[in-house]
Design a protein around this ligand. Structure first.
Ligand code: NAD
Ligand code: TYD
Length: 359
């Protein structure tokens, strides 16, 4: 039975990944989830699996060498899937330091502890041990408008925000371990995810949440920045496929020609909410295009992201299965069915963040 050490498993993608893995492998794997539970980490995301015998949660900081090496010494870890990070661009513009700490130093600790646990005396590594570093397409910088250019694995690394710079730095550290020690790792660079359990500081859940309350929908700049949206379960599947079928030492881009302008995304959400809200529901009156409010642009706002998924498709056979029109319905349905989740995560500190960010 393989043992996984998943970092950041209480966050958005990490919790979806854990659900996906138990759905796929059931009792054939064991997962240890290490998360320090920042504002973005929420154990409620995992409540339906927390009682499984093959699941353990450890509250620890990935920057804490002792805590992480203890997990490696007490468990025979076969796979590391490293999600833990500070993940929001706007927060990184306001407070870059924590991004360097968690994303760069935390990744260094994860690499060091895995290397110490997996390395043989002669510098080779034990059989079948693998580390997957989960990263973003934002490390490639920005593509121009109306262009047919895409991000390839060979595209230059050109990050602009403190967030993407910290992720690019962590990618480089992983690459250094691969190149220097032949450390058994892969890097994945994925486009924007959406789906259940996404924290409403990110565009899609923020718009759903605001629209249902008749609150303004803040659009940065001209609203024509483009992101390449991927349903989170497709990302979880890609991570597992890269780890099991990918060539060690390689980087794989994950995404799939689902580019949309922010304003298009907002209009699709408004239309879909209208379509899905039952007649007579008072929220139907609130959901309206009149809520769209253009606000000051994000500093250094990347214009366009677009992934060329050729390598992962050709080498591994992965492709995005969920069309945006279906994925957005699944996401909205999940938010309708989990109103308490949204209420809980938007109480307290979120209110302060929102008031400060959108003042
Ligand atoms: P998230 O912010 O929802 O979750 C991050 C998780 O990491 C939280 O549970 C948090 O508590 C935990 N964490 C933060 N600092 C930690 C620390 N020092 N020690 C231990 N745990 C810590 O993020 P997400 O959107 O789920 O993203 C997960 C990963 O995927 C990140 O590495 C991110 O860069 C990458 N990624 C995200 C997207 C996206 O669209 N969200 C796209 C591509 C790649
Ligand atoms: P976001 O979800 O923060 O992801 P990222 O910045 O990592 O791509 O933002 C997605 C896009 O939506 C980005 O171009 C910024 C824009 N945006 C808004 O226009 N308004 C908002 O309130 C937010 C949060 C984002």
């Amino acid at each position: 039975m393989r043992t996984y050490l998943v970092t950041g498993g209480a966050g958005f993608i990490g919790s979806n990944y854990i659900h996906y893995m138990f759905k796929k492998y059931d009792n054939d794997i064991r997962i240890i989830n290490v998360d320090v539970l920042t504002y973005a980490g929420n154990l409620e995301n995992l409540k339906d699996i927390e009682d499984r015998d093959n699941y353990t949660f450890v509250k620890a900081d990935i920057c804490d060498k002792e805590a992480i090496s203890k997990i490696f010494s007490e468990n025979d870890i076969d796979r590391v899937v490293h999600f833990a990070a500070e993940s929001h661009v706007d927060r990184s513009i306001r407070n870059p330091e924590v991004f360097v700490n968690t994303n760069v130093l935390g990744t260094a600790v994860m690499l060091n502890c895995a290397k110490a646990a997996w390395e043989n005396e002669d510098g080779t590594f034990k059989e079948d041990k693998k580390f997957l570093h989960v990263s973003t397409d934002e490390v490639y910088g920005s593509l121009p408008d109306d262009d047919t250019a895409f991000f390839y694995e060979t595209s230059p690394i050109d990050p602009h925000s403190p967030y993407s710079a910290s992720k690019a730095s962590s990618d480089m550290l992983v690459k250094a371990y691969i190149d220097t020690y032949h450390f058994p790792a892969n890097i994945t660079n994925c486009s924007n995810n959406y789906g259940p359990y996404q924290f409403p500081e990110k565009l899609i859940p923020l718009i759903i949440n605001n629209a249902l309350q008749g609150k303004k929908l803040p659009v940065y700049g001209d609203g024509k920045n483009v992101r390449d949206w991927l349903y989170v379960e497709d990302h979880a599947k890609a991570i597992d496929m890269v780890q099991e079928q990918g060539k060690l030492g390689e980087r794989y881009n994950i995404g799939g020609h689902n580019e949309k302008q922010n304003i298009e995304i907002i209009e699709i959400i408004l239309d879909t909410l209208q379509e899905m809200l039952p007649e007579g529901d008072p929220r139907k009156e609130l959901v309206s295009r009149d809520l769209i409010t253009y606000v000051e642009d994000r500093k250094g706002h990347d214009r366009r992201y677009a992934i060329a998924p050729d390598k992962i498709k050709e080498e591994i056979g992965w492709y995005p299965e969920t069309m945006f029109k279906d994925g957005i319905k699944l996401t909205i349905k999940w938010f309708f069915e989990n109103e308490d989740w949204m209420k809980n995560v938007t109480s307290g500190d979120y209110q302060k963040y929102y008031a400060e960010m959108y003042k």
